[in-house]
Ligand binder design. Structure first.
Ligand code: ADP
Length: 284
């Protein structure tokens, strides 16, 4: 495994490991089915028209009104259409331009507001642009470019499923790792290549301690439902991952922190993990 860390191997890697690749689809039709099952989500867009949005920080990039206003590329636009996303939700309208501008972000938004696309779109489109980046080759160690931390197995799998749909046929590889499941299978999956890793904090520490995974190449770090991760007692693991392993420092990586609430502990995480960040609150 791991033979795809340079540009020459990119096409081969995509063919071999992307489960949504055409060759595979001929047999399983996996993504086609996932897109067909994509229902109209019941997001009430009219109710969003007068939802309060607050932003603060230096030079806040203006929000967009449509997905077409952001240059995510034709492949990506097709996937947005396949997902039946017609127009961006408020968090997406504001957060996507902020993230595409390379800024750190502290976003307060409720579950179901469309956070997943808000952090996945910029991450995936940036990785598509730098897909030929040279990664180290050290025996059996993998070097993802983006890390998404989430509190539970269920949420991690949801993010993984969504991210796979958004990255369909782009060659960007998304892998999920969570606790309470055999680690060996996850290690094998990682070895087949990973650009975006979605993980729960405990399992990630485990993988890092086995030295089979390095965070040295991470450019994008997203923490989803940070308040819930703290409620679940994950602060030591999160601090270890962000502050004590080989993850690039803030200001070098780009960091997005999402939380439904903004209590003192989250404010402290924001001031420790983010650099010259933009604060965004949607709703209430
Ligand atoms: P959150 O991460 O904030 O909990 P999700 O990103 O899971 O919310 O979005 C909730 C649901 O709304 C999902 O089924 C998702 O596919 C759908 N959704 C998100 N953004 C849009 C959009 N712009 N248009 C239509 N549906 C959307």
């Amino acid at each position: 495994g791991g033979g795809w860390n340079n540009s020459r191997d990119w096409d081969k890697r995509e063919r071999e490991v992307n489960p949504f690749d055409d060759d595979v689809n001929d047999k399983t039709d996996g993504a086609e089915q996932a897109f067909r099952e994509q229902e109209n989500t019941g997001i009430n867009f009219d109710a969003y028209e007068d939802i309060p949005v607050e932003t603060s920080g230096e030079n806040v990039p203006p929000p967009v009104n449509t997905f077409a206003e952001i240059d995510l590329g034709e492949l990506f636009n097709q996937n947005i259409r396949r997902c039946k996303y017609v127009k961006p939700t408020p968090i997406q309208r504001h957060a996507i331009p902020i993230a595409l501008a390379g800024r750190d972000l502290m976003a307060c938004a409720q579950t179901g507001s469309g956070k997943t696309a808000a952090f996945c779109f910029p991450i995936i489109s940036s990785i598509m642009r730098e897909q030929y980046v040279q990664r180290p080759r050290v025996a059996r160690t993998v070097y993802p470019l983006a890390l998404i931390l989430s509190p539970t197995r269920e949420l991690s799998c949801q993010i993984h499923d969504e991210a796979k749909k958004f990255s369909y046929q782009t060659g960007v590889k998304v892998v999920v790792a969570y606790g309470g499941a055999p680690i060996n299978q996850q290690l094998r999956e990682l070895e087949r290549g990973v650009d975006i890793l979605v993980a729960t904090p405990g399992r990630l520490v485990d993988l890092l301690e086995r030295a089979r995974l390095s965070l040295q190449m991470i450019r994008y770090l997203a923490l989803d439902e940070a308040d819930r991760m703290l409620d679940m007692g994950f602060e030591p693991q999160i601090r270890k991952i962000v502050e004590q392993m080989d993850l690039p420092n803030r200001g070098v990586r780009q960091t997005m922190l999402f939380s439904a609430t903004f209590p003192r502990e989250i404010q402290r995480l924001a001031s420790d993990f983010l650099s010259n960040y933009i604060f965004l609150a949607v709703g209430r």
